[in-house]
Design a protein around this ligand. Structure first.
Ligand code: 5AD
Ligand code: SF4
Length: 470
């Protein structure tokens, strides 16, 4: 199979052009009963990108399939933050080869962060040439056009850009929930934490215009959305690339004024850029949830320096303590990496020390994963896997009792929950989240989905709470 590689420029009105292509494709595909399957790997940013892909496929005329086996068009939206996410994708692609042998008309597309790495592209071209369409993180909106080119040529289509061009607005999007939605406020990252591949695959930081964000949220609210999650790799530096330099705090205050909107969440915050003004804004804005995800990554100042995080252990402790003091009912969560190059037992003790002192409500914990192309990958003193795993387990031993205890303190409390749907494992239960982000299961009628309900916590568990309507 030969391969076509395209390097087109973004035209003035890309959205209009892609919409035109979607219209042409829909003449071919609408009403044919064809199905798509999209699997997303990685973060909320990717999940949100997948919603845009779904929106486009639906407009073309495809319906959602529950399994790969039932689909005529499969997209994997990939992640490369850790190695195991990549291995999963390769495993899946192997499986798709057998599906394609059975169904020659099956279209396979693969996109997202993994595709921005040359080594991955090479592997796919050589070992997985049953893939039909490959695109990256900067040109997701071009999917309809790439699909059309594939139909014309029946050759593998590859379109990967090294950097972003314009921010393309107004793509159709299918939301998972009618009542809550994610909104990108910025793209990319300039921080270059030494372990992280994101700045290389998502490009430099750029913020969306305030009015574009506000208009999108107003449209969402008109469409039934009550809760928004504002997304960015480092929301605290929002606005730095804008002419008027609007700050994240100012943006939050403007979003807070949108009538009909009930809850505002945001992620992710980098401790180095979290201002006193933001703390004040969270405190003062009634719609901004009192919940903050504030990754600290490692406890030791020496390791933080090697990670290029730009804060010390003491600075993080001071910041987190200040936030907890200013907003006593805040839910604080974090990300922690174990086994970064050069981490000694003493350094790891500093990580445990932060966990014990701050007493987080929740944490995502990761074993350090070497990412080719990042500075940390070539650092000396890579930590032995066995030692890292032992520390990882120790970290869980310290974290879990704290999280359990924090949840226990919720017993008897009356909380307001936005109901998300039926619990997957216990069908008689509904499930929803508190302002602080706690997951709560309680008995109730399906008509409550998408509504705010007051619930009393009757049984706290380690990772969720059980409540009853009150
Ligand atoms: N290894 C392990 N964890 C990583 N993260 C980012 N890069 C790596 C890596 N190479 C984690 C960080 C980040 C979260 C999204 O993923 O904790 O906050
Ligand atoms: Fe990666 Fe650091 Fe940017 Fe987060 S802030 S995306 S960890 S480089």
């Amino acid at each position: 199979m030969s391969k076509r590689e395209s390097l087109e420029e973004v035209s003035v009105d890309e959205t209009v052009r892609q919409q035109e292509i979607i219209k042409q494709l829909s003449l071919i595909f609408k009403g044919k009963g064809l199905k798509y399957f999209i699997q997303t790997f990685g973060c909320q940013m990717n999940a949100h990108d997948s919603e845009k892909l779904e929106g486009m496929l639906k407009q073309i005329g495809y319906e959602k399939a529950d399994k790969e086996k039932e689909a005529d068009f499969i997209i994997y939206n990939t992640c490369c933050v850790r190695e195991n996410a990549e291995q999963k994708v390769y495993g899946k692609l192997g499986y798709l080869k057998t599906l394609k042998e059975k169904n020659k008309n099956l279209i396979i597309a693969i996109c997202g962060c993994m595709m921005q790495q040359e080594s991955v592209l090479k592997t796919i071209k050589t070992k997985y040439n049953h893939v039909d369409i490959i695109f990256g993180t900067f040109n997701l909106y071009k999917m309809p056009e790439l699909f059309q080119t594939y139909l014309e040529t029946r050759e593998m289509i590859i379109d990967i850009w090294k950097e972003h061009k314009d921010i393309v607005e107004d793509l159709p999007s299918i939301r998972k929930y009618k009542f809550k939605a994610s909104v990108n406020i910025m793209y990319g990252c300039n921080n270059f934490c030494t372990y992280c591949i994101v700045p290389y695959v998502r490009g430099r930081e750029r913020s969306r215009e305030v009015d574009d964000i506000l208009n999108e949220i107003k449209d969402l609210v008109n469409d039934g959305v009550k809760e928004v999650m504002l997304l960015g790799q480092n929301v605290n530096s929002y606005g730095k690339t804008l002419k008027d330099k609007t700050t994240f705090s100012e943006l939050l205050r403007k979003v807070n004024e949108i009538e009909g909107l009930k809850r505002i969440r945001f992620m992710t915050s980098h401790p180095k850029d979290l201002s006193d003004e933001l703390i004040k804004t969270i405190k003062e804005c009634d719609k901004v949830c009192k919940s903050l995800h504030l990754p600290f990554q490692a406890g030791s100042t020496k390791i933080l320096e090697k990670m290029n995080r730009k804060y010390s252990k003491e600075q993080y402790l001071e910041l987190a303590t200040k936030i907890q003091k200013e907003i006593p009912d805040i839910t604080l969560t974090t990300d922690i990496i174990v086994g970064f190059p050069g981490e000694t037992e003493q350094d790891f003790e500093d990580t445990l020390d932060i966990v014990r002192k701050i007493r987080f409500n929740g944490a995502f914990t990761f074993l350090y994963s070497k990412r080719t192309g990042t500075p940390a990958a070539t650092m000396e003193e890579q930590v032995d896997e066995k030692i890292a795993t032992k520390r990882f387990n120790k970290l869980q031993e310290v974290l879990i009792p704290i999280i359990t205890e924090k949840n226990k303190a919720m017993l008897g409390k009356k909380v307001e929950i936005l109901v998300e749907g039926r619990s997957k494992n216990h069908k008689e239960f509904l499930t929803g989240r508190t302002e602080g982000g706690h997951l709560v299961h309680f008995k109730g009628d399906s008509s409550l989905v998408g509504e705010f309900v007051n619930v009393e916590i009757i049984e706290p568990k380690t990772f969720y709470l059980i409540g009853k309507i009150c």
